[in-house]
Ligand binder design. Structure first.
Ligand code: PAF
Length: 285
């Protein structure tokens, strides 16, 4: 497992490993790796012969009042976790390697970045698409794997790739959960023991929605109302949003559709958590 810290070395390594039938797989991360990330890496391993994982806490996707400075960073622990996964390269640049002092160019998928999480985190998705575009240009992957946990992010990146003709396949891998249903997230480590217990409310509310859809309910407003009642019983959790949107447009829908995205964001204490459900083909009566 080669550890690379400069863009030029990374670019050269990818160039040297590009060959007919040898796909380059890529998993971009901000480190603080957990089993959710490792599942993305395993998926990339299945899809590509040469696998690169990046570890870079991207400053441009954090708002001024967000957790950039306290975001967990432990490169040695991350490298240890990755060493058992048979990957080829870790790209771990310093911020100055990615953003020069006079950096001025950004990539933005218009409107989509303002919806859902974007309404509470203005500029967040512009930061994500900008860094992912740069990482794609540096790593030049054939396939990149993103987690469904950040479904809006994955859909926005897929749209950026389509709109800007990036030659990379975007694969979205399933959410990995703790045994009580909490979606794995690097931010779960901010939770106190009591908050950790409450945090399952996101998953419980999504389960309620799944049950209601399974019983044939299709009115989004009444399903969301039932989800809100579950949050009402968990005073340390405050809903940021519950939205049901069409996955291809991110526009809100009134009736449940196959393939639509039910997304939830909530503050548990001061930690903002997200979770979602993509309605599968079988759920509708
Ligand atoms: O999902 C993340 O960890 C980040 O948003 C990403 C895709 C690595 C970009 O910084």
């Amino acid at each position: 497992m080669k550890i690379v810290s400069t863009a030029s070395e990374m670019h050269e390594l990818s160039r040297a490993n590009r060959a007919p039938g040898c796909r380059i797989g890529f998993v971009p991360t901000m480190g603080a790796l957990h089993d959710g990330h490792l599942s993305l890496v395993r998926r990339a391993r299945e899809l590509a012969k040469f696998v690169v994982v990046s570890i870079f806490v991207n400053p441009t996707q954090f708002g001024p009042k967000e957790d950039f400075s306290k975001y967990p960073r432990d490169l040695q622990a991350d490298l240890k976790k990755l060493s058992s996964l048979d990957i080829d390269c870790v790209f771990a640049p310093e911020p100055g390697e990615i953003y020069s002092q006079d950096f001025r160019t950004h990539v933005e998928v218009e409107d989509w970045g303002k919806r859902l999480c974007g309404s509470t985190r203005p500029g967040h998705f512009r930061g994500v698409t900008t860094v992912v575009a740069k990482l794609f240009n540096i790593v030049t992957p054939d396939v990149a794997v993103f987690g469904q946990k950040d479904a809006q992010q994955a859909f926005i990146i897929r749209r950026m790739v389509r709109d800007l003709n990036f030659d990379v396949e975007i694969v979205i891998a399933p959410i990995v959960r703790e045994s009580d249903g909490l979606a794995m997230s690097s931010r779960n480590r901010y939770l106190s023991a009591e908050e950790r217990r409450s945090a399952t409310v996101l998953f419980r509310s999504l389960q309620k929605a799944q049950t209601l859809v399974g019983e044939g309910n299709v009115r989004v407003s009444s399903i969301v109302e039932s989800m809100r009642e579950i949050f009402d019983r968990e005073p340390s959790a405050k809903i940021d949003y519950i939205e049901w949107v069409d996955s291809t447009t991110l526009e809100p829908i009134d009736e449940v559709e196959e393939g639509s995205l039910l997304a939830v964001a909530a503050f548990v204490g001061s930690t903002r958590l997200i979770d979602n459900w993509i309605v599968p083909a079988m759920s509708r009566h």
